[in-house]
Every structure is written in C-alpha cells, then in structure tokens.
Design a protein around this ligand. Structure first.
Ligand code: GDP
Ligand code: MG
Ligand code: ZN
Length: 351
C-alpha cells in the first residue's frame, strides 16, 4: 500500500467540510417527504416487514393485513422479518398505505455473502433455520456444511431437510441414508421429505409451531415448493431445475414471510448457487464443525492446524472412526476455497 502523505491543515479542513456537507445532504428528507407533513400522517404504528423490494416494503398492519409502504431514507437497512415503526398516510391516492420511519434492533439475522454487495441479510428476528438439500440439483455434504457453518455462528438451532425423496432409487438410496445418518450422529435433526408427494409435510409443520423459521438452501432444492405444501393457499411460483446444468434457477428474488394458522411464521428465501464462506475466519469455519470441537484442545501443539501436524487429536479421532472423514474432507475443501479467494483478492490489491 502507498504510504499516506500527511495532510496540510487546509486540506484536512476541506475534507471535513465536504464530509459534513455529505452528511447534511443524506439527512435532508427526500423530495417526496415534503408532502409528508405531520398532519398528513397517522399515529406511529408497530409492524413487521413481510417482504422488502427496492425502496418499498410490505408491512403487516395491526389488523394482520399486508400493506405497501414507502421507506424513509433515514430508516436504515430493512429486511423480511424486521420489526418496524411506520405511520399510515391519512390520505393516499396511490396504493401505498404509509411510510416506515424506524427499525427495531434485530434479535437475530441470517446473512449471506454477496459477490457485489458484501453481506446481505436474508431474514431478521428468526428462531429456527431449516437448511434444505435435495438429490436434484445435487445432494452433497459440502453444500450442506456451508449452511451449517453459517448457522453455527448464531445462537440458532438448524434442522436439515432432505427434499425430493420421490427421486430416491437404487442408485442413490445409500447416499441419502448415509447423509441422513451422518448428520443425525452429530446431533442434528434430519427430515427426509417430498414437497411433490406431500410426504413429511406434517412432520415439518410440527416443527414450526410458534416459531419464526426460515428456509435456506441452494436454488432449486424446493424451498418454495415446501412452503406451498405447508400453505397451499400461498402458491409461490417455482421453477424447473435446468436438466443439463443441474444448477438451480433463481425464482424467488426476495425473502417473504408467511403466517401459519396455528401460530408461527415461515420465511421463504431466495436461493443462491453457491453459499460462499469468504466472510468467515478460519477459526469460525472450524467452529462450524460441531463434532470437531471436543478434540481441538487436545492436540499436542497449541497452534495445531489439524492437518498433518504430529499429535493432532482430530486426526486421531478420524483414524479411530469417531469423526467422519467425509466431514473432515469437506472442512478442508471449504478452507481451501476461502484461502484461494483471499489469495486472489490479495494479489489483485497488490497490483
Ligand atoms: N421430484 C421432486 N421435485 C420437486 C420437489 N420439490 C420441488 N421440486 C421441484 O424442484 C424445482 C425447484 O423447486 P423450487 O421450490 O422453486 O426450489 P427453490 O429454488 O428452493 O425455491 C421445481 O421444478 C419443483 O417442482 C419434490 O419433492 N420432488
Ligand atoms: Mg424459491
Ligand atoms: Zn490438531
């Protein structure tokens, strides 16, 4: 990095003045805020964001109806599940019912890394994360583990759903059973289901009562189809997984919250092709593998990398069959992709 030159007093003052001007401009109400004088707005009202699209959001009003709202520029970041304070318009000739003025601090949030935007919140104020996987596009521990790592950074219990059980045949039966067994043996709840045949849906419903749950997972695994099976009246658009690439197609573009009749809410989230891990430190990735934890402090060397280090307790546990080698290989692979990205980033910066 180039050594920074010391700024003269007048330079620093000019920078400070410009900075203050920018802040003042940002704080200035939007042009269309001009007509939002106090007497045009009703009382402050609590609500929850059902979905957010660009500069607008659907908010659930106290009557349980969803209304379309503008968002004040000063309201801050907003995502599905956020609890907000909004004010209805006393009169409106558009289909907007009010404006969101403030967001309450989030009790929890699930974020995903986005190549262009950095970290993007997927849903807020959730208390259960359902990680969906399926034989199509691809049932692989490495994909599941990325989501598990992300969830293990939070104080939230994940459940693993393996969808599309109707696609199970003699060629893949063992794979599904092995994966189910592997995750159950390290303490996760696993449900094998089919949104298409509506098998296992009742079991999922029983997990959702009185909780706010979000469905996450690769595009095309059937998140929206599961929501449709739980709430047939909703009828979200779903898309065929393209056959030649086996890659999922993104149909759901923003997270959306749905209320369940007997208490609880579910959130359908947009799919991602690959859930990247570059926002996490190596330590956090390691922490994401729950069954490794008991061994990590028993290694001979305190700075053990748990790879080829002598006296590594994790290596011994794998050799003794106490830790699955599949999960360990998955850990190495994820670590490698993160290292590759970091190296690429560094070499770009030094150019
Ligand atoms: N065979 C089979 N296909 C399913 C099942 N659930 C969903 N699909 C199909 O998988 C594709 C992607 O589903 P979608 O719900 O859009 O996935 P999402 O991207 O995770 O929301 C669609 O063609 C669905 O019809 C299932 O249980 N069995
Ligand atoms: Mg979807
Ligand atoms: Zn070790």
């Amino acid at each position: 990095m180039a050594k920074q030159k010391k700024l003269s007093h007048s330079q620093s003052r000019r920078i400070r003045d410009n900075h203050n001007k920018r802040i003042a401009k940002a704080k200035k109400p939007q042009e269309d805020d001009d007509f939002l004088e106090d007497n045009l707005l009703g009382p402050q009202t609590f609500g929850q964001v059902i979905t957010r699209y660009g500069q607008h959001a659907d908010v659930e009003n106290p009557a349980g109806e969803n209304v379309k709202c503008h968002i004040r520029r000063t309201a801050g970041s907003l995502v599905c599940g956020d609890k907000v304070i909004w004010r209805p318009y006393n009169q409106s000739d558009s289909d907007f019912a009010g404006i969101i003025e403030a967001v309450e601090p989030r009790e929890s949030e699930f974020v995903r890394p986005d190549f262009y935007d950095g970290l993007k919140p997927v849903a807020a104020n959730i208390d259960q994360i359902l990680i969906v996987a399926a034989l199509l596009p691809d049932l692989a521990p490495n994909i599941i583990d990325r989501y598990l790592i992300a969830v293990e950074q939070l104080d939230i219990t994940p459940v693993l759903l393996i969808n599309k059980l109707d696609l199970i045949d003699d060629t893949n039966r063992e794979l599904v059973a092995d994966i189910q067994h592997m995750y159950e043996s390290i303490g996760y709840k696993v449900v094998v289901l089919s949104a298409k045949l509506e098998q296992g849906i009742e079991q999922i419903k029983s997990l959702l009562v009185d909780k706010t749950s979000v469905f996450v997972g690769q595009s095309g695994v059937g998140k929206s189809s599961i929501v449709n099976a739980i709430l047939p009246s909703v009828d979200i658009e779903t898309k065929q997984v393209s056959d030649n690439s086996r890659l999922g197609v993104h149909t759901t573009t923003a997270s959306r919250l749905y209320r369940l009749e007997n208490g609880g809410s579910i959130i359908d989230s947009p799919g991602v092709r690959e859930f990247a891990m570059w926002h996490l430190e190596n330590e956090q990735i390691l922490h994401g593998f729950v069954e490794f934890r008991p061994y990590l402090h028993q290694c001979k060397f305190r700075d053990c990398k748990h790879q080829k280090d002598p006296g590594c307790a994790l290596q011994k546990a794998i050799a003794d069959g106490l830790v699955s080698d599949t999960r360990y290989q998955s850990y190495l692979k994820i670590l490698q992709t993160v290292t590759d990205i970091t190296l690429r980033h560094q070499s770009k910066e030094s150019k």
